[in-house]
Design a protein around this ligand. Structure first.
Ligand code: GLN
Length: 505
């Protein structure tokens, strides 16, 4: 059963087009915001991208932007363009669950820094999007609130953990979203929904007010339907924040300019390297074909193409699944039935805590807490966590060697197109393999982007192209990404906006 969620009208525009229409007076923010809310109410019973829809407040923001514009006031570039937020960011006055039953009905008292920046940019917040519980997963099937469906085929997963955000973009329920990426949760959902997702350099976007999964890996980032749209949002949410000790104290890279430059001028003078270890066995044929066509398109756009080997990547997944559970088991200790959310009252504090955690956490979360607690226990620390940290250093060295030979590295984002709901639920390891190509960037703290490379396989489902750059060189991703996007469009690749907007083929 392949059902797509066709759309037409203003919701199929890019965020950049919406911003231009607002600036020229062609449309009002109330009109654009209402169109998205209508769209959410029309399709979200099928897609289930949203956990919370913020109708009233979104329209209030929209009306105030329209008023200020009419009064001739100076407004930020994306003022009036609506946005969705992954439910991992705390939002003042709006429920925040991180996809977990343990946080059901919790309403935070404050905004995450990224949320505050979205509000300062005067963007109407459409609502909070579904995710795997505490961002653990690659399909949103681990959400405590039911799975999200991929708008390309409602029987398939939209990726995870940020599947709600990615699905909201692909279903034209929102033009932009903020996601979080600890091992691939922005890039893999982008890959399987035919959208664009960026994990900035670690520290590029503040983590203040983000419910932590693994603090040394977590990074917020922009999601959109085009590279330029993602760049516009990157500049809104990025930048130094004294409230996050790991935040980079430097100006936000000029990613919008880089995207425009790449689209207009291609990638002449840049060297791109295909990572030998990412793209061989286990990658679906069609996904590889689309990737190779992408590489050829970049060559035609002026790039020199080479290949690099990163031998330590073989151990990346294993290291990640020690580091992540270790940090997660410690971060999740705060859900103790006292401070936040759910409480199942029993005779003693210990019994209350244990009953609450037993009822509030899902299977995947419990699995990782057990794994992390074990890996950190006395006597095992050096053997597991310590070894994993050494592997992390080796991966960083592989990247350093590779970037000495090339400006950016490229690979497929994810080995497959979206799989069927239920297909990998009983097999955590095969679910973990979805992130084989995205995890190395988190372990090294470098930036990565996924953008659509076309449709693959008999079912014509989205495949993703990943670009990786050295730390602090986020702008390079946008230059190369925009060049590739333009090259593929002129080679006749049907863009998402047209495909799902009814111009099938
Ligand atoms: N799918 C990966 C995991 O389950 C990535 C999670 C993430 O990036 N938040 O850990």
């Amino acid at each position: 059963m392949t059902q797509t969620v066709k759309a037409s009208g203003v919701v199929t525009s890019t965020a950049t087009e919406m911003a231009a229409d607002l600036a020229s007076g062609e449309r009002t923010s109330v009109e654009i915001t209402q169109a998205h809310l209508d769209r959410i109410h029309e399709v979200d019973t099928d897609v289930h991208a949203f956990l919370y829809v913020n109708d009233e407040e979104a329209l209030e923001t929209a009306a105030s932007v329209d008023e200020d514009r009419a009064a001739g006031k100076d407004l930020p570039a994306l003022a009036g363009v609506p946005i969705a937020l992954k439910d991992v960011m705390v939002t003042r006055g709006m429920p925040t669950t991180a996809g977990s039953r343990i946080l059901e009905k919790w309403i935070p008292q404050y905004d995450a820094t990224a949320v505050r920046r979205v509000r300062d940019a005067r963007m109407p917040i459409l609502g909070k999007t579904n995710m795997d519980e505490f961002a653990m997963g690659s399909s949103t099937e681990h959400s405590g609130y039911g799975t999200t469906h991929n708008p390309w085929d409602l029987d398939r997963i939209p990726g995870g953990s940020g599947g709600g955000s990615a699905a909201s973009l692909a279903a034209f329920e929102a033009p932009l979203a903020v996601g979080s990426d600890t091992g691939g949760s922005i890039r893999q959902p982008a890959s399987v929904t035919g959208t664009v997702g960026v994990k900035p350099t670690y520290g590029g976007v503040s983590r203040y007010g983000v419910i932590a999964l693994a603090s040394s890996l977590d990074q917020l980032g922009p999601c959109g339907r085009t590279v330029e749209d993602a760049a516009m949002l990157h500049e809104v949410i990025g930048g130094h924040d004294p409230a996050d000790a790991t935040s980079i104290d430097a100006p936000v890279p000029g990613v919008v300019e880089a995207a425009r430059h790449g689209r207009a001028n291609g990638v002449k003078g840049l060297t791109i390297a295909v990572v030998k270890e990412l793209g061989g066995e286990g990658y679906q044929d069609g996904v590889r074909d689309r990737f190779e066509e992408g590489v050829e398109a970049l060559r035609a756009a002026g790039a020199t193409v080479t290949e690099v080997s990163c031998p330590s990547f073989e151990y990346a997944l294993a290291a990640y699944y020690l580091i992540l559970p270790s940090e997660a088991s410690s971060n999740l200790a705060k859900f103790d039935a006292v401070r936040f959310g759910m409480r199942i009252e029993k005779e003693t504090v210990e019994k209350t805590m244990s009953a609450t955690r037993a009822a509030g956490f899902g299977d995947e979360v419990k699995r990782r807490i057990i794994l992390g607690t074990y890996a950190l226990s006395a006597g095992y620390y050096d053997a597991y966590y310590g070894s994993a940290q050494k592997v992390r250093t080796l991966i960083q060295r592989d990247f350093a060697d590779a970037f000495a030979k090339a400006d950016v590295l490229v690979s497929p984002t994810c080995p497959t197109t979206p799989f069927r709901i239920g297909e990998k639920l009983e097999d955590p390891l095969s679910m973990y393999l979805q992130d084989i190509a995205t995890i190395p960037a988190n372990l090294a703290g470098i930036p990565g982007m996924s953008l659509p490379s076309g449709l693959a396989g008999e079912e014509n489902l989205p495949a993703g192209f990943q670009i990786l750059a050295p730390a602090h060189e986020d702008a390079r991703l946008y230059r190369v990404g925009a060049a590739l996007e333009a090259a593929l469009a002129s080679a006749g690749q049907v863009p998402l906006t047209r495909h799902l907007a009814g111009a099938e083929s």
